[in-house]
Ligand binder design. Structure first.
Ligand SMILES: O=C(O)C(=O)C[C@]1(C(=O)O)C=C[C@@H](O)C=C1
Length: 275
């Protein structure tokens, strides 16, 4: 059966690349114009699941997406790492010094900070993704405006690349997660990574106790992110990703973590992806 997948952005965006490179070129894509709309598509069953960018190696975490996953009780069931290249694209024949405005996704601007800092004449205008601005420039034949697009997207819309690979470095990579509702969260045989969320009492050693427990289980923590919770002032939610060995009792570890934290949530157990 054809998979129905919600993504942020349109064909030619990095979300679209993730689906084509790692999942299927035949999926039925629901292009969403915001991460909120992507979640809405999942929770209203318009799609089977969504693909959501969660963090980038240059620009950092997309904090609102952690909250979206937790607030809507979504489960993370897979992850994907995509190498990200950014290119400045415009109508054929345009020169860099003729460009006045650059349109793209906010995360793309953050990943091209060094280049954009040098180009002080450029006005940056945020858009929903890295593909839609290119489509609009091409369709409406807009001069003096460029888009920051992934490899292949300028060609897709008939634009010319004025400057290629303008991201701050070549190690640039974005981690995406597969998010779905009501999925079976019990670990399968190959699962070796878990994402959890919890809150802690403002007490000396409360985070230390969690970390000590992870050490006891020989667990490798790959990420820790704290985000202020809105429901109580200056209290924090901790989001942790961890890699575990097949021999550990993961259910017991989760149960113990729940008992020493507040508002514990297991966001997902899945197989770690290749970086
Ligand atoms: O605009 C796109 O190409 C997207 O898929 C969005 C997005 C993001 O949200 O981080 C994805 C990967 C890149 O890091 C830049 C933008």
């Amino acid at each position: 059966m054809t998979q129905r997948i919600a993504i942020q952005g349109i064909k030619g965006s990095n979300h679209h690349k993730v689906v084509c490179d790692f999942i299927s070129t035949k999926a039925e894509i629901k292009a969403c114009m915001s991460f909120n709309n992507l979640v809405k598509a999942i929770i209203t069953n318009q799609v089977d699941y969504g693909i959501m960018a969660i963090e980038n190696s240059i620009a950092g975490s997309i904090l609102p997406n952690y909250k979206l996953i937790s607030d809507h009780d979504l489960n993370i069931t897979a992850e994907y790492y995509l190498d990200i290249k950014h290119n400045l694209a415009a109508l054929e024949g345009q020169k860099l010094d003729e460009i006045k405005t650059v349109n793209s996704h906010q995360m793309a601007f953050l990943q091209c900070g060094d280049f954009l800092y040098q180009q002080k004449h450029l006005k940056l205008v945020e858009d929903v993704d890295t593909a839609l601005p290119a489509q609009i420039i091409a369709e409406k034949q807009i001069s003096h405006v460029a888009a920051i697009v992934p490899d292949g997207t300028a060609e897709l819309f008939g634009l010319e690349v004025l400057k290629s690979h303008i991201q701050d470095n070549d190690l640039n990579s974005t981690r995406f997660v597969k998010v779905e509702r009501n999925s079976q969260i019990l670990p399968n045989q190959s699962a070796d990574k878990a994402s959890i969320r919890f809150e802690l009492a403002h007490e000396p050693g409360s985070l230390f106790k969690v970390l000590a427990l992870l050490q006891e289980y020989n667990v490798n923590m790959t990420k820790i992110q704290s985000i202020p919770t809105a429901h109580s002032k200056w209290n924090y939610a901790f989001y942790i990703d961890l890699i575990f060995l097949p021999e550990i009792d993961i259910k017991k570890l989760m149960k113990t973590l729940k008992s020493i934290t507040h508002h514990f949530k297991l966001l997902g157990i899945y197989k770690q992806a290749q970086k």
